[in-house]
Design a protein around this ligand. Sequence first.
Ligand code: ZN
Length: 130
Amino acid sequence: MIVQNAVICNKCDDFIVSKHRHDFVTCKCGAISVDGGQAYLRRIGDLSAGIDMSWELPDELYTACGQAVLDAKSTNRTNIGIANAVMRTLREAGRIIADGEYRVMANYQDELMVEEPDGTVNRYKKVVVE
Ligand SMILES: [Zn+2]
């Protein structure tokens, strides 16, 4: 599922977002336009003028986040409680890391590539513990 359908124009610095299927938005200088909202990514104009700021999540995760909102609302959670429910869903899917945690950048065969809390990147050999 497309979460954000957006471009920054590198000629006029305009940040343009298409918010729904037929929301056709053009930057201030007219170099580039976006369209399609969450349905599809359509670009019109000088494509080299656009820095794509779109992003997507798997449909299942998007649906799970929506369900987390419904569940939190049904138990009368505050806006913070609802935000927490969504963040827990994203974290359980490995999409959010907390301050001070490492982030697995790549998990390949017998090695992990990890970004440490201090920003350094390390590789670790996997060890089988029996
Ligand atoms: Zn522009």
